[in-house]
Design a binder for this molecule. Structure first.
Ligand code: HEC
Ligand code: HEC
Ligand code: HEC
Length: 118
């Protein structure tokens, strides 16, 4: 192969590699939702929730969103249809992580009722 052909090949390869990297690097728009949410905490009162902070400290959206969609009201909807039990997310997702972090001696979130329910 002559030099010109090699150069063209290299250019073509890097363009293809660059395109393949776009989804990985997150250039494709991702809807992160609102930074600050207020969750429905039933008779215990509303739960202010810093979504943005959790997106920064929790590696995978799926840690929470495996149970309900990335859509406003999805959590209540899943409880209404019976797909989720009342307090299931609270215990199995929110508190489970906060407790595990505490046990591990890392920064952790609230565990007492009144610290989450305003
Ligand atoms: C620690 C738990 C948690 C993590 C991690 C998390 N979310 Fe959410 N997200 C929620 C909750 C709770 C709601 C509210 C759902 C509802 O209104 O029923 C929500 C709602 C949303 C919504 C709906 C829009 C809105 O503003 O109500 C979008 C979009 C969303 N999340 C995207 C993401 C993406 C993308 C990630 C990962 C980068 C992510 N979330 C990580 C808990 C989380
Ligand atoms: C880490 C934050 C957090 C803590 C701590 C917490 N909660 Fe919750 N609680 C939530 C969230 C989020 C929901 C809504 C999701 C769900 O039902 O799983 C909720 C829902 C509830 C509900 C409504 C369930 C329904 O649908 O009827 C009650 C009642 C409740 N919590 C009581 C308590 C009590 C009692 C405590 C203390 C033992 C407590 N919570 C501690 C976050 C928390
Ligand atoms: C995988 C781990 C993880 C999950 C899941 C998680 N949290 Fe947290 N949360 C943390 C950590 C770590 C902190 C402490 C962050 C800090 O102090 O910088 C925190 C802090 C908080 C705080 C106090 C900081 C603030 O925003 O005022 C609240 C309230 C809270 N979490 C509520 C929730 C609720 C409600 C859920 C479930 C919908 C949840 N968390 C799910 C790890 C988690």
């Amino acid at each position: 192969m002559n030099k010109k052909v090699i150069t063209i090949c290299l250019v073509a390869c890097s363009i293809v590699a660059g395109l393949l990297l776009i989804p990985v690097s997150g250039i494709v728009a991702q809807d992160n939702g609102r930074a600050q949410l207020t969750l429905n905490g039933g008779r215990q009162g509303p739960v202010p929730f810093n979504h943005q902070l959790h997106q920064a400290i929790v590696e995978e959206c799926a840690v929470c969103h495996k149970d309900f969609g990335k859509k406003t009201g999805a959590l209540d909807e899943a409880k209404k249809t019976g797909a989720l039990k009342a307090k299931q997310v609270m215990y199995k997702t929110c508190m489970a992580c906060h407790r595990a972090k505490k046990r591990a001696g890392e920064k952790f979130g609230p565990i007492s009722c009144s610290a989450c329910h305003a």
